[in-house]
Design a protein around this ligand. Structure first.
Ligand SMILES: Cc1cc2nc3c(=O)[nH]c(=O)nc-3n(C[C@H](O)[C@H](O)[C@H](O)COP(=O)(O)O)c2cc1C
Length: 188
């Protein structure tokens, strides 16, 4: 993750390319029920002023985060999945009955994979990115940007050219779990 950016803009064609790659991520029933609401340049303040208002910024360790030329909200649409799984070829799954019928919310799974592809594509293009939670001001951000009710906000993505100084996040010193801890060969 990159938490400090140069303010230089990202060409529209680069951003389109990242989203094109992300759109090739796996998607249940190819429902593809994900969206990105994108703010660029000075417009990013329409997000920051609600999610991270100036009076909460004192002592913040990553002031270079606010220079990111792009802030994107990653949203998923449960209704698109319910509708897709209500179609004839998926009807036997019973998942067309409503979101509560889903043991695993595939909209969250698909959206997360698309976001991951976007993050990898950004890194590959020499950009940096931070996926972060919108703990504060989500309702205000949604109202500001006209996000329809019913869409689930996965998180926000700050995107841009990395600043020279890339301060590590608070969790960075936690050791990465080795494969031997993650793998359960032959069963749990
Ligand atoms: C769902 C999710 C939410 C996250 N929220 C935040 C956040 O609010 N602030 C932040 O600085 N990093 C956030 N991160 C980034 C993680 O802290 C980061 O990926 C992890 O510490 C590993 O760091 P690395 O990717 O730089 O190796 C989030 C990551 C995920 C997957």
């Amino acid at each position: 993750m990159t938490r400090s950016f140069r303010p230089d803009p990202i060409d529209a064609a680069i951003l389109d390319g990242l989203v094109d790659l992300a759109s090739r991520s796996p998607s249940a029933g190819k429902a593809q029920g994900w969206h990105l609401v994108v703010l660029e340049g000075a417009d990013t303040e329409r997000f920051w002023r609600h999610a991270f208002p100036p009076e909460r910024r004192g002592g913040f360790r990553f002031p270079g985060l606010f220079h990111a030329p792009v802030v994107a909200l990653a949203l998923v649409d449960p209704a698109a999945y319910v509708a897709r799984y209500g179609e004839a070829d998926k009807a036997r799954t019973g998942l067309g009955a409503g979101p509560e019928a889903w043991p695993t919310p595939y909209w969250t799974v698909d959206g997360s994979m698309a976001v991951m592809t976007l993050l990898l594509a950004a890194e590959d293009a020499g950009l940096g990115a931070l996926l972060f939670a919108v703990f504060h001001g989500e309702a205000e951000v949604r109202a500001e940007l006209g996000v329809p009710d019913g869409l689930q906000l996965l998180g926000a993505i700050a995107l841009g050219w990395p600043a020279e100084e890339r301060p590590p996040g608070r969790s960075a010193s936690r050791p990465r779990r080795p494969p031997t801890e993650i793998l359960h060969r032959g069963g749990w």
